[in-house]
Design a protein around this ligand. Structure first.
Ligand code: DGT
Ligand code: CA
Ligand code: CA
Length: 571
């Protein structure tokens, strides 16, 4: 049980209780607990094993501590199970529509008896929603837009959410009777930013035993099918899992097939056909004779290709590169030497600067940039000129106290509508790394938006642009920006674009990352951590960097400190 899953349970409980009209203080207590848990550096499971007192954590009292133990020990919370029975299932689906929180869902339910997306859509189209208290024409329009976004994407899960389930399920399957290997294939293995379902591949002595064991997993809420070698189930968070048990001798071929992508595999099969071969999930065949299939390397080699990393398997030129031996040597998490975007209690982060520094040291980083927000209407808890002085002083103090790491004085500065940074030049002068970021006025025209960001890039104080397109997966469309213009300006100014590793941002995305690389743009993968534990989100950003074909040399935060200082003009 991962901290993220525990937090998700509290968040869901808070949402449902709010829909039910429970006491707001109680609701807030669950939400705060979820936030605390998400930001913990340690696994709750380990803390409980060590006998640590959970009530020492901020916002966790006796009752919540007991509930945490219940979740970690049993995988469920009985209180949540009770409340789930009281609120219709389809109401929960409404919560994932942008613009609809529990409060509004409650109103829709009580006044218009809306309990599912279809009745909601109808009511919005008939303009019944705008009349409700706390709504209006704008909200009504946003709801329709939000539904559109949701529909476009289908029901997909953020990689990070699927990952929590995948890790737990994989560990569970490893203990299945007679199991040899288990691997999560599909889009999950390709590290796509969202996954539709999990595809798990096993080899085992007796497949049926593995299937029986699998469908008894405690997070399974529905068994859709269970045959002798394959099964499909639904987990408690609505995630579907397809499991297949294959023979050892065709494991490589099966792994290749079920990793996909479909379009990549179809292209491989075509090459095979041209060579008089046949590839399917059981192996590579010449006539009836198997010539490869045990490992993926074998399968690729049999048609004259180098092994292709799963993240590249989208049929976007990787097959040609494998044939010509020009595949990139993809960057890895171990190549990363520091993180250049994070928040602390000086703005909207949960942990102190010192806690972030200590966590970064535990990750073996050589440097970090602490980059709290500048204060604006969009980010009210941020730094003003006065608070910034104390903040910079504290960073300096910690920088001399912790010799093993270099702490850059940074700030995430709002780019105002006209393209100016929301901070005095006198403060900006004192910073090592100012990141420009858009946090409001998302709807400007493409021309105006581009002009706004270009102006920030040309500002001598700004070193990089954080989450450049501003998208939130499944919730907010990217800014309408002329990216070629952005790349050009970034390159000319010697600045960098961020690959933001927050699970719902992953911004730039894989396609733009590759474009940026080809345009000769410097990039950095940053976590934008709002708690010490989130510094570990780096892996999500690395996934996307790899999908964008990046090598170590494409990221400035793989550089040793001395080189990085030169790049940001401080060397
Ligand atoms: P997802 O689940 O929508 O995020 O994407 P995938 O890629 O995991 O797709 P999924 O779960 O439908 O199927 C898993 C893999 O199985 C897919 O990546 C390739 C393989 N596969 C599925 N259908 C076909 C097909 O019709 N032809 C071929 N060649 N492969 C297929
Ligand atoms: Ca899948
Ligand atoms: Ca599937």
């Amino acid at each position: 049980m991962q901290n993220r899953q525990v937090a998700a349970i509290f968040n869901e409980l808070a949402d449902l209780l709010e829909i039910e009209g429970e006491n707001p203080f109680k609701v807030r207590a669950y939400r705060n607990a979820a936030r605390t848990i998400e930001g913990l550096g340690d696994a709750l499971e380990d803390m409980i094993d060590r006998g640590e007192d959970l009530t020492k954590l901020p916002g966790i009292g006796e009752d919540l501590a007991e509930k945490i133990v219940e979740i970690v020990r049993t995988g469920k919370l009985s209180k949540l199970e009770e409340v789930r029975k009281e609120v219709p299932d389809s109401l929960r689906a409404l919560l994932s529509i942008e613009g609809l929180g529990p409060k509004r869902v409650k109103t829709l339910w009580e006044t218009l008896h809306i309990t599912d997306p279809d009745t909601l859509k109808k009511a919005a189209e008939e303009h019944k929603i705008r009349e409700l208290p706390g709504f209006g024409p704008k909200t009504e329009e946003n709801i329709l837009k939000g539904m559109h976004l949701l529909k476009q994407e289908g029901i997909r899960f953020l990689f990070a959410e699927a990952e929590a389930y995948a890790i737990d399920l994989k560990a569970f399957l490893q203990k299945a009777p007679g199991l040899h290997t288990v691997e999560v294939a599909g889009s999950f293995r390709r590290r796509k930013e969202t996954v539709g379902d999990l595809d798990i591949l096993c080899t085992a002595a007796e497949p049926q035993k593995v299937i029986n064991y699998f469908i008894a997993y405690d997070k399974v809420v529905k068994v859709i099918s269970a045959g002798s070698t394959r099964s499909t189930v639904i987990l408690q968070n609505a995630l579907q899992v397809d499991l297949r048990v294959v023979e050892q001798k065709s494991y490589g071929a099966a792994l290749q097939y079920f990793t996909g992508s479909k379009s990549h595999s179809i292209a491989l099969r075509k090459i095979a056909v041209d060579m008089g071969l046949k590839i399917n999930e059981y192996g590579v065949f010449r006539g009836d004779k198997v010539i490869a299939g045990k490992t993926e390397e074998e399968v690729y080699a049999s048609i004259g290709l180098r092994y292709i990393e799963p993240e590249l398997r989208e049929n976007r030129g990787e097959i040609e590169a494998a044939r010509d031996d020009t595949l990139p040597r993809l960057v890895t998490l171990e190549d990363i030497r520091g993180d250049l975007h994070m928040h602390t209690t000086y703005s909207d982060g949960l942990d102190t600067i010192e806690a972030m520094v200590q966590k970064a040291i535990s990750l073996n980083y050589d440097y970090i940039a602490v980059t709290d927000h500048s204060a604006t209407l969009a980010v009210v808890k941020g730094l003003d000129t006065k608070k910034a002085a104390a903040y910079l002083e504290e960073i300096e103090k910690l920088n001399s106290r912790y010799e093993e790491i270099h702490i850059f004085k940074g700030m995430e500065v709002d780019i105002l509508e006209e393209g100016k940074p929301a901070m005095d030049d006198a403060v900006l002068d004192k910073l090592d790394i100012a990141l420009g970021a858009v946090h409001a006025n998302f709807k400007l025209s493409g021309k105006e938006q581009t002009k706004r960001v270009l102006k920030a890039i040309r500002n001598p104080h700004i070193k990089g642009i954080a989450h450049p397109t501003g998208r939130l997966i499944g919730k907010r469309e990217p800014l309408d920006l002329d990216m070629d213009e952005i790349y050009k300006a970034i390159r000319e100014e010697g600045k960098f674009l961020e690959i933001n590793a927050q699970p719902e941002r992953l911004d730039l995305n894989d396609i733009l990352i590759r474009e940026a690389k080809e345009a000769g743009v410097m990039l950095a993968v940053n976590t934008d951590a709002h708690a010490a534990g989130q510094l570990e989100y780096m892996r999500y950003g690395i996934n996307q960097a790899r999908r964008g074909w990046l090598e170590k040399g494409d990221l400035i935060n793989t550089l040793p400190l001395g080189k990085l200082l030169q790049v940001i003009g401080k060397g």
